[in-house]
Design a protein around this ligand. Sequence first.
Ligand code: GH3
Ligand code: MG
Ligand code: MG
Length: 335
Amino acid sequence: MAPILQHLVEMTGHRDQLRLELSVLQTLLQLGTDMRVRALEFFFADAEVMVRPRSWSEDGEVITSHCDAASDPARQTLDELPELARCIEQKATSAVRADAPMHTLWLPVWVNDKAHACLEITQRKAFSRQQRDVILGVFRVYQNYQNLLDYSERDALTGLHNRKTFEEQFARYAAPTGDPARAKDAPPQQWLAILDIDHFKRVNDEYGHLYGDEVLILVANLLRNSFRAQDRIFRFGGEEFVVLLRSHTEAAAHEAFERFRARVKQTMFPQIGGISVSIGYCAAQQGAPVEVLGRADQALYYAKENGRNQVHCYDELMRQGLLKAQIAHSEVELF
Ligand code: GH3
Ligand code: MG
Ligand code: MG
């Protein structure tokens, strides 16, 4: 089989966005000599669009960054790459820069009118027509496949990540970030929260399933607008959502979840009026995903048992001895 076909077969065999990205870079590397490729990630920081390399080629190998986007020393503003900035603004499919002796080709990855990432190819000679055609062909296969993968990872109603993707993202997200030897400050801690809409069954019973669905979509939008781009939000099923949040302190994590709770409480939902959410969260560093989820769930259960519309931290409840008391109580009831 021709090497390029072999690479395409390998590329479309992946079920994970990051491996797919590494694989497309590896494929592109076959299309020229003396070529360098990078996958750039776009993100917001300090009200500016930033760019940073997420993975790149080095001596023919493709490697990926272990840095958090927001604290990546290799980050720069999009304005520092004016050709690319113009391309994004015009929603164009590609941009080039001939900065002798180097030639650069950028291919933004568009998803629903938004560019989240961009492939960058740099080489010493100008891109020939034929070379560009092949590169664009590979890129289109990549983009189609990526869209398909993205679709399978999202919940159809809210567009949030679904439960299927949680474990994989948890492993990547909860792992320590950056090189601790190089980091000036300690990396932020990870927190996991489970959010559950209070008395949601009543919404369905009183107004019907379609109105219930509308509430779920609006709550998902509130979630997207309330947390930062580097936080991860999932719809876990029904009216339950999970947030993976980065924060240096428990107090700051609490504040973020509390702000969200208050925001839901203040929101008027069409026809239905007000609703509320209960939130349980815990530190996410220790244990398998199921153990961490179990701890957050205990804190959520405590919130539900104590009047709903509140935020509780598992670690704090343990410090206060409140969860032990509750478990002992339920054991008495059980037996
Ligand atoms: P609590 O405060 O204890 O959480 O009460 P609740 O009524 O929210 O809890 P319960 O788990 O009993 O009810 C959840 C309801 O969510 C039941 C189910 O019909 C509804 N539900 C689950 N998925 C969907 C969905 O996709 N759309 C709609 N409209 N309703 C859903
Ligand atoms: Mg529930
Ligand atoms: Mg509920």
